[in-house]
Design a protein around this ligand. Structure first.
Ligand code: ZN
Length: 139
């Protein structure tokens, strides 16, 4: 059984770190605190088998790859285009959006209503010839 950090689990399972934590709370993923060789303790997650699908994040995982994400947990405001992801010292995923804004984390945008897409991000994506959002993909 491979043990990884929350951030690695997020990358391998292609879900946000917030969702990894949610799955741990739900008991869908096994995690425990482990002493680190360099001192202190950190959370490690047991990577589930290939093909694992969490009920909590099924929507997120079944979604076709799409760079448009919410930057807030309550999915308020606008949907932005993620330019890059980095990790904070707390292992949260910190997204930087094309428009220059920085989010708290990322939450999958399962619908992309055109009026909620950040205009600034859309303009930059067009300039950089990045794949455009397809509003409200049929599911
Ligand atoms: Zn934006």
């Amino acid at each position: 059984m491979e043990k990884v950090t929350i951030r690695e689990a997020s990358q391998k399972l292609r879900i946000s770190t917030a969702s990894v934590r949610q799955c741990i709370r739900n008991g869908e993923l096994k995690a425990f605190r482990e002493e680190k060789p360099e001192g202190g303790a950190g959370w490690v997650v047991e990577l589930p088998e290939e093909g694992w699908v969490s009920e909590a994040v099924a929507l997120e995982m079944n979604r076709e790859f799409c760079p448009w994400w919410w930057g807030t947990a309550d999915r308020s405001g606008q949907i932005h285009y993620v330019e890059s992801l980095s990790a904070s010292s707390w292992e949260e995923t910190v997204p930087r959006f094309l428009c220059g804004e920085v989010g708290d984390n990322i939450w999958a945008a399962t619908d992309l209503p055109e009026e909620l897409l950040c205009l600034e991000c859309q303009m930059r994506a067009m300039e950089l010839k990045l794949p455009q959002a397809t509003p409200n993909l049929p599911r």
